[in-house]
Ligand binder design. Structure first.
Ligand code: FAD
Length: 386
């Protein structure tokens, strides 16, 4: 077993960390205050990432992507996780599902996404269907050679800045031992077409500066060429291509947790109360010990799950454990970091209160903590018939 990084992996980590510190972190406070990333700033970050040769690092080299394997990509995203998500999104990482494009779709979606000319967003969640994806009610019905979409999606990240949306809708229903479930298909939907509206979403306590949106489909007509993959196979498509996206959450939580610890650690040695450094109080120093132990454990769980993906080993439970533990670690670490800082920790002069607020969503999106526990326990119990 080898725990160290190769020279190339270390280069990825160092390059991205330097980029984050130089090109992203200096803009965080302004974005947090205004609730917006100025268009030019987003474009400037994307251009610098392209110049660095790191744009679309997750996609295959044969299409012009960076061709990183899962472990390398997880290391890269761990560094990006240190920064504000509103800004780090411009470090272009198009959805891996675009590799499922057919030849004609490749020219219109995959390649422009890899070149940074088109930006994608992905829409599954609906007001009535969150964790229960196959309970969705947004539909596509065939009409000659076309499909007609109707319904609403919400919480769709980055749909405001996207050029097209990867949308999952119900195209039928089947009976299963657990009751009727929707058959799902996936479509590539360009912004601006008739019958498709993107509206502002809700104000979220986490990740100010990046927006979620509401999508409305009102008899939106799509030619069959817009279907990604096969009809009724959208769920399988998502499982194949979005299998490891929970690792993105896990590894970003690890990066952000380490940043919180790095902010608070020197403070414990500087701050004096009752005539001594607060680090001398066991009530404080033991918190630091718990923080680093949790962070290292979350890091190892995440990297080993990524390694399993690269080896082609079953990884569903391991990815769920990583997402669960890393997102809950981030919550504990940011909360304790504020406790150690005292009142100052809550003030927006420091990034800690933002890291604490931002941490809240990580236990909800990409499958809630309860859903991760469900996946983990189901895998343990299934072989026993439990
Ligand atoms: C800021 C933000 C951005 C998002 N971005 C996107 C996006 O870009 N695209 C997209 O498609 N979605 C996106 N989402 C949606 C996100 O994935 C969902 O919020 C998440 O899947 C949970 O769904 P829900 O909020 O409807 O909660 P619900 O599914 O209604 O869950 C409510 C509660 O019930 C619990 N629960 C539900 N089912 C079970 C079960 N079987 N066992 C135990 N407990 C259960 C949940 O854990 C939770 O505590 C985003 C959400 C947020 C908040």
């Amino acid at each position: 077993m080898h725990f160290g990084l190769t020279e190339e992996q270390q280069m990825i980590v160092d390059t991205v960390r330097t980029f984050v510190e130089k090109e992203i972190i200096p803009h965080e406070q302004a974005v947090e205050k205004s609730g917006e990333v100025p268009r030019e700033l987003g474009q400037e970050i994307a251009q610098k990432v392209k110049d660095l040769g790191f744009f679309a690092p997750n996609l295959p080299t044969e299409f012009g992507g960076g061709g990183l394997n899962q472990l390398e990509f997880t290391l890269l995203e761990r560094e990006l996780g240190r920064a504000s998500m509103a800004l780090s999104v411009f470090f272009g990482r198009p959805s891996g599902i675009l590799v499922a494009c057919d030849e004609e779709q490749r020219e219109r979606y995959l390649l422009p996404a890899i070149r940074g000319e088109k930006f994608d967003a992905l829409a599954m969640t609906e007001p009535g269907a969150g964790s229960d994806v196959r309970g969705m009610s947004c539909t596509a019905k065939p009409d000659g050679d076309d499909w007609i979409l109707n319904g609403t999606k919400h919480f769709i990240s980055h749909a405001d800045i996207a050029d097209f949306i990867i949308v999952f809708v119900a195209t039928g229903e089947e009976s299963t031992p657990r009751g009727p479930k929707k058959k799902i298909s996936c479509f590539l939907v360009d912004k601006g077409i008739p019958g498709f509206e993107v509206r502002d979403g809700y104000n979220s306590v986490s990740h100010r500066g990046y927006h979620n949106c509401i999508l409305n489909f009102d008899n939106c007509r799509l030619p069959k060429a817009q279907m990604l993959g096969e009809v009724h196979k959208g769920f399988e498509l998502a499982n194949d291509w979005l299998y490891a996206t929970r690792l993105t959450v896990a590894t970003m939580c690890v990066g952000r947790s380490r940043r919180a610890l790095e902010l608070v650690l020197p403070y414990t040695a500087e701050r004096k109360q009752f005539g001594q450094q607060i680090s001398k109080f066991q009530g404080v120093s033991f918190k630091l010990a718990d923080m680093i132990t949790d962070i290292d454990a979350a890091d190892l769980l995440t990297l080993s799950a990524a390694w399993r993906v690269d080896q082609g080993l079953p990884s569903n439970r391991e990815i769920a454990s990583a997402k669960l533990f890393a997102s809950e670690t981030l919550a504990r670490v940011t909360d304790e970091a504020i406790q150690i800082y005292g009142g100052m920790g809550l003030m927006s002069d420091l990034p800690l209160e933002r890291l604490w607020r931002d941490s809240r969503v990580e236990r909800i999106w990409e499958g809630t903590s309860e859903i991760q526990r469900h996946i983990i326990s189901r895998e343990l119990l299934r072989p026993l018939g439990g």
